[in-house]
Design a protein. Structure first.
Lengths: 222, 308
């Protein structure tokens, strides 16, 4: 899923400076599961904002709404009246949700309450880790189900650098060495011969390096 | 001969090679390079010039290499994959060759978060293995990575790094074999203080026959103080410094410590020279280049051979 975390309150306040009332719009999918921008977080943030502005002598009115997914027109359209009448929409979705509102409602001012951080998963309660960089050309079938692009700090393609020690990355002992994980998995699966092959330079056009990406499925188009 | 470099000639003739290392300055001043060059001239077969080591901005390896060449030394320029994509790398290497540089060490590069611009973006379009492959194809097939041909090809003697002390230990000899397969003509290892572990690594390397495909230069270097030894032991990823080395440095009086570091280094050179498959030593003594002649003298590696 998409993992996000809330911006500091001061930054959110600066995005709302001078605004008299704001619609806080949560999203019911990824950011609800990672507890950054669901219905509950909308309520908490709305209260924090009202209190902070009250204390500052510049009260603000808030309205709260949470839709199933901000990244689909139909869910946004269902609350179109509220969105278009808001002074500012404070989106608690990922950056896709924020941009969906900006595109669907060209005259509406929308600002983000979250920083969209990565594609990943919760590995224990309260801990999320990155797993994918959406490079557009999945290698996991060769690398034992562990991604070298996302999990090696240097995105190396041909095994661990000289900084791998005791399973950890040279960058930070909190980071597992991605290539140690790959090596262990391939050894378990009896597929470690892959580590002897030279992986040639990649074609990064499938990644962001080819420009903003788009998929067109003719079989699904109306 | 692939490049005809001095280092290639010495290794090919079967001499035990000795290379040194020089860190370019954090400035645009050429004089410091010339001064360091004079310290090393005649004592080593080639001098590595680091490419923004530990991700700290310094004068470029290629530019410093050109200055060194002018001083009559043989540079081994370094190229990391951290700061340049395949376009910039190939372009810079064409220029390096045109300037007369003949030895190239291909590296992944230290991660930029270690350096003095930790907020910078890294590149890693390719890795060190792919870099070796690309530069070998430029030399041997006169082709760029894209497949297009060139008329004057850069003919580098190609080097790679190897860390026998990094994990997974079982994979390291296989990784060296892979680097030889990718195009490495010589390798320089991480600093060796744990000689028995390096000997075990070399045994596995010989079992794979890799020592016959690539010239292996054992990395050595003097420690200046017990604190430096302890720091490398505990803080530098991929280093293996046994307690015995730290303790030996602690036992000698403060004023004797630099001498002791030099003695330990020379002893390690004697030990690694006895290990079959070791073709030379690479002495890493950045910011203490003065130590290199003394180490080589103690190790019995002077004068250096001349191979026409």
């Amino acid at each position: 899923m998409i993992i996000a975390e809330r911006k500091p309150l001061a930054e959110i306040q600066s995005l709302l400076a001078g605004r008299k009332w704001v619609l806080l719009l949560g999203c019911g999918t990824c950011v609800t599961v990672c507890m950054a921008g669901g219905e509950k977080e909308v309520g908490i943030l709305a209260a924090e904002l009202r209190i902070a502005r009250q204390v500052a002598g510049e009260p603000i009115e808030t309205a709260e709404e949470t839709v199933q997914r901000q990244c689909e027109w139909e869910y946004l359209d269902a609350v179109a009246d509220k969105i278009t009448s808001a002074d500012t929409v404070l989106s608690l979705a990922c950056a896709i949700g924020v941009q969906a509102i900006a595109q669907r409602f060209p005259t509406v001012r929308v600002v983000p309450a979250l920083n969209t951080t990565f594609l990943g998963l919760p590995t224990e309660h309260g801990v999320w880790q990155e797993r994918c960089q959406a490079c557009g050309n999945c290698l996991l079938g060769k690398t034992g189900g562990v991604c070298p692009v996302a999990r090696c700090s240097k995105s190396l393609m041909n095994g661990p650098c000289g900084g791998s020690q005791r399973g950890k990355c040279e960058v930070n002992p909190e980071i597992d060495c991605g290539w140690q994980l790959i090596y262990d998995r391939l050894s378990t699966l009896g597929e470690q011969d892959y580590m002897l092959e030279i992986e040639p330079p990649r074609d990064w056009r499938t990644s962001r390096d080819g420009g903003p990406r788009k998929i067109v499925r003719e079989d699904l188009r109306a | 001969m692939k490049s005809g470099s001095n280092l290639e000639r010495i290794l090919t003739a079967g001499y035990f090679a000795a290379t040194g290392e020089l860190g370019p300055p954090k400035s645009a001043g050429a004089e410091v390079i010339r001064r360091k060059a004079r310290l090393l001239k005649g004592y080593v077969d080639g001098v590595n010039i680091t490419d923004n080591q530990t991700a700290v901005v310094r004068m470029s390896s290629i530019a410093a290499g050109a200055i060194l060449l002018h001083e009559g030394l043989e540079p081994i320029i370094q190229m990391t994959c951290r700061d340049r994509n395949r376009i910039a790398i190939q372009s810079d290497l064409l220029g390096a060759y045109a300037l007369g540089l003949r030895n190239l060490l291909c590296l992944s590069g230290d991660h930029q978060t270690f350096g003095n611009h930790p907020g910078s973006k890294n590149v890693y379009d390719i890795d060190s293995m792919q870099l070796l492959q690309i530069v070998r194809a430029m030399r041997d097939e006169k082709k760029f990575q894209c497949g297009e041909a060139m008329d004057v090809e850069p003919r580098f003697f190609l080097g790679a790094a190897a860390n026998p002390f990094a994990d997974p230990f079982d994979y390291r000899p296989l990784r060296l074999a892979k680097k030889a397969k990718a195009g490495a003509d010589f390798v320089q290892t991480q600093l060796i203080y744990n000689v028995p572990k390096f000997a075990e690594y070399m045994k596995r390397v010989r079992d794979l026959g890799v020592h016959e495909k690539v010239h292996i230069l054992a990395g050595v270097g003097p420690v200046k103080s017990p604190a430096m030894a302890r720091y490398m032991q505990t803080k530098v990823a991929g280093m293996d410094v046994p307690d015995s080395v730290v303790q030996r440095m602690e036992r000698v009086p403060k004023e004797e410590r630099k001498k002791e570091g030099i003695r330990i280094c020379a002893e390690i050179i004697h030990q690694v020279r006895e290990i079959p498959g070791v073709a030379g030593v690479h002495i890493m003594s950045v910011e203490w280049e003065e130590a290199i002649p003394e180490i080589l003298e103690l190790a019995g590696l002077l004068p250096r051979p001349v191979v026409e």
